[in-house]
Design a protein around this ligand. Structure first.
Ligand code: NAD
Length: 493
């Protein structure tokens, strides 16, 4: 069934998983039509893990043929049957959690503990949408005039193009595939070229769970620009759901305009983390460690800017630096590792230049501040204090284990600073005064707020951003609505 030609010295081959390395189209793995392939690298060593086929435009259109051919039959599958398939996929992911986690660490680099959490989180989207699949409800009302009834039902939006990033190779895929399957859509998934193996392992697992051939197609490719142009010009594609940078999201929105494709965008973040004067410092430091370092800092939800009240700023920063100093940086597969490498050298160079820029503008380094010498894309966990308000590190996503701290004097100023960004994905607030915490949460311009809580991601809750962090929501009941159209039937009887 698979073309498992993995190079990684037995590392990937040793997993009890089917990991195809070809394109997955119409229920089978095959090479790219022009024979192209690309290397997937281990970020801890820079060594090649596998050669994966690189889809051409012709291959991408073949994937749409497969998705479109399977659409009517999948839409007609009974909700209960869809639910059972999704439930089985959840169970298979949990059974194979350890192997899936190892695969994620191999291609993404993150510490194994982070990968295990990701698999558990990713699997929950299949469980949640197995439950939602049987609860897609319409409405029936009497029109205000009394002349007729208003019947509203939901239908699948059609073939969906799903594009995912490398930072959560499993969860960003299941957060789209789960609701799309529950809604009755068929799909073409293009995973990030840094981490295509996890998506390929997932599609094999989905078909084992009972998803019919052609319903989920996976097309890794190094030619994502050409592919998205061709796919979004194809009128059979009626939905795009993209998770990635705001920059690429803008390009895809422009392309979607031509064929008026229904677009959901989960884009970049620049999360503020506010520590108000009343905050419980122990809880705030523990929360800061999680909000900053989950996934090694490579998360759209990562706390990017710490605004701390002057009365506690030195103490908070010192404790945060002490906690970061205690972390072990090393290869993700090592049992003691807390922080793995960044995904590649380019990402590390960006982190280093943001830190160097902030230090050049007067920031003090409490811990870290440097790339780790030697092989692999490692960067030291870092705390910066007295960061100048205009520094680039406060404007851009850091995407690494670096915490810049800015001191504030009053809450209104903290809110103004927090909102001074084009992004609006998530914010964090620590306050022992719940009324104050809720008032500040309401004033923050973000789609989500963690109030005395460092993790907001939950398959049962609507995840998404405002401003230039995105359009639409994933997870919760809202997540399935993104893959449905409302059909209104005016009826008299
Ligand atoms: P990216 O935008 O570079 O790439 C994301 C995906 O888009 C990849 O599959 C990539 O191959 C593809 N891509 C790149 N150019 C394309 C084009 N022209 N047409 C079609 N596809 C194209 O992002 P990344 O570096 O993989 O991921 C990091 C970014 O993702 C960060 O900005 C992060 O905040 C964001 N992110 C957001 C969320 C969220 O839910 N809001 C979640 C995770 C990551």
């Amino acid at each position: 069934m698979t073309t498992s030609s993995l190079a990684g010295a037995g590392a990937v081959d040793s997993l009890a998983l089917s990991v195809p390395t070809g394109l997955w189209i119409g229920g089978r793995s095959r090479s790219a039509s022009d024979g192209s392939a690309f290397a997937v690298l281990d970020p801890a060593t820079g060594e090649e893990l596998a050669q994966v086929s690189s889809a051409s435009v012709d291959d991408a259109l073949a994937a749409v043929d497969a998705a479109s051919g399977a659409a009517a039959a999948w839409a007609a599958v009974a909700p209960r049957q869809k639910a059972e398939i999704l439930r089985r996929a959840f169970e298979l992911m949990i059974e194979r959690q350890e192997d899936l986690a190892r695969l994620i660490t191999m291609e993404n680099g993150k510490a194994l503990a982070d990968s295990r959490s990701e698999v558990a989180y990713a699997a929950e989207f299949f469980r949640w949408y197995s439950e939602e699949a049987v609860r897609i409800q319409g409405t029936l009302e009497t029109a205000p005039s009394g002349a007729n009834r208003i019947l509203v039902l939901h239908q699948p939006v059609g073939v969906a193009l799903l594009i995912t990033p490398w930072n959560f190779p499993a969860a960003m895929a299941t957060r789209k595939i789960g609701p799309a399957l529950a809604a009755g859509c068929t799909m073409v998934l293009k995973p990030a070229s840094e981490t295509p193996l996890t998506a390929l392992a997932l599609v094999a697992l989905l078909e084992e769970a009972g998803v019919p051939a052609g319903v989920v197609n996976v097309i890794p490719s190094k030619r994502s620009g050409a592919l998205s142009r061709a796919l979004l010009a194809d009128e059979r594609v009626r939905k795009i759901s993209f998770t990635g940078s705001t920059e690429v999201g803008r390009v895809l929105l422009e392309l979607s305009a031509k064929t008026v494709v229904n677009a959901s965008m989960e884009l970049g973040g620049n999360a503020p983390f506010l520590v108000l004067a009343s905050a419980d410092l122990d809880a705030a430091v523990a929360g800061a460690m999680v909000a900053k370092l989950r996934n090694g800092g490579e998360a759209c939800t990562a706390a990017n800017r710490f605004f701390v009240h002057r009365s506690i700023a030195e103490e908070f920063s010192k404790r945060l630096a002490d906690a970061m100093r205690a972390l072990v940086v090393g290869p993700g597969l090592d049992a003691h590792t807390n922080i793995g490498p960044l995904v590649n050298d380019e990402t590390r160079a960006k982190v280093a230049s943001l830190v160097d820029g902030a230090v050049g503008e007067g920031a003090r380094v409490l811990v870290g501040g440097h790339a780790v010498a030697g092989a692999g894309s490692f960067y030291e966990p870092t705390v910066l204090i007295d960061v100048a308000p205009g520094s680039a590190i406060l404007q851009e996503e850091i995407f690494g284990p670096v915490a810049p701290v800015v001191v504030f004097d009053d809450v209104a100023e903290a809110i103004r600073l927090a909102n001074a960004t084009e992004y609006g994905l998530v914010s964090y607030v620590y306050s022992a005064d719940l009324a104050e915490g809720l008032r500040v949460s309401e004033a923050l311009e973000s789609g989500m707020v963690g109030l005395n809580r460092a993790v907001v991601s939950d398959p049962a809750a609507p995840f998404g951003g405002v401003k230039q962090s995105g359009l639409g929501r994933e997870g919760g009941h809202e997540g399935v609505l993104d893959y449905l159209e409302s059909k209104y039937i005016a009826v008299s009887w």
